[in-house]
Design a protein around this ligand. Structure first.
Ligand code: ZN
Ligand code: ZN
Length: 265
């Protein structure tokens, strides 16, 4: 069986396990392909996610250099929410900012390998947690906009990482002692007064189950730039990565906009 199209972030649905779909010209259920051999082939073409121009090299998640340098979706406040100016009615694309960043955000704690702090729009929960490959996560605070969430994240960053160690995440090396509810309440005492108002006292947390038949002990990442064609037996999907039998991992999101053929047997 074969399908062609432009790679985009896999779509996910919460469940036990989480279900993953790859949308090319047709919608492919990846959970059903675990244990099967799959093959990717890249045509050498990338389509910019911003302006649809054909490019040879992408920046960020699938942008041409111009869209990457000037587009709303690669603004500095994406990576550093504390720089967001949407609440002031400012930004690269004011309308986009008002719609996406001047809305309720959450600051969360997630266990990927260690505890990580992150910021996302409320409507992106739990999608964002799935995309990061978090084993469990909890909402720490709710803020009226991205900027305030960023201020909170900065206050917490000194105690936690804001980076995911993706190798450990893909090997499923998680500190078993992590108790997010306890961590959350410990942090409560450290918050400056002006940020306390956003604290969310709800202890509900989420555990996430990824469709992985076995985790590799050694990871090596591949990309279509390194090898335009590759095959392997799929053993699982976690975060936005496909995991293969020999420990090869493939980051789908990093290949946003790549025109590919995808086949399975
Ligand atoms: Zn572009
Ligand atoms: Zn912003």
């Amino acid at each position: 069986m074969e399908s062609n199209g432009i790679l985009r972030k896999m779509r996910t649905e919460l469940g036990n396990p989480i279900s993953y779909r790859l949308s090319l010209n047709e919608d492919i259920d990846l959970n059903e392909l675990i244990g099967k051999k799959v093959t990717f082939g890249w045509t050498g073409i990338i389509i910019c996610s911003g302006c649809n121009k054909t490019i040879k090299k992408s920046f960020g998640d699938g942008f041409c250099f111009n869209c990457f340098s000037t587009g709303a979706e690669s603004s500095p406040c994406i990576i550093r929410p504390e720089l967001c100016r949407a609440h002031l009615g400012e930004g690269r694309d004011v309308e986009w900012e008002l719609l996406h960043h001047n809305v309720e955000h959450v600051v969360y704690l997630a266990a990927t390998d260690a505890i990580k702090v992150g910021v996302t729009r409320s409507t992106q929960v739990p999608t964002r947690w799935i995309d990061q490959g978090a084993a469990k996560a909890i909402v720490f605070a709710r803020t009226p906009n991205r900027y305030e969430a960023g201020r909170l994240e900065v206050a917490l960053k000194s105690m936690y990482t804001d980076k995911t160690n993706w190798q450990k995440m893909l090997k499923n090396e998680i500190d078993a002692d992590i108790d997010l509810v306890e961590e959350k309440w410990n942090l409560y005492d450290t918050l400056p007064d002006d940020l306390l108002t956003y604290f969310c006292d709800d202890d509900d947390h989420m555990e996430l189950y990824f469709p992985v038949s076995h985790y590799p002990k050694v990871i090596k990442s591949t990309s279509l730039d390194k090898s335009a064609n590759f095959s392997g037996e799929l053993v699982g999907v976690k975060g936005q990565y496909l995991i293969f039998n020999d420990g090869t991992v493939f980051n789908i999101r990093r290949h946003t906009g790549y025109e590919v053929s995808f086949s399975w047997s």
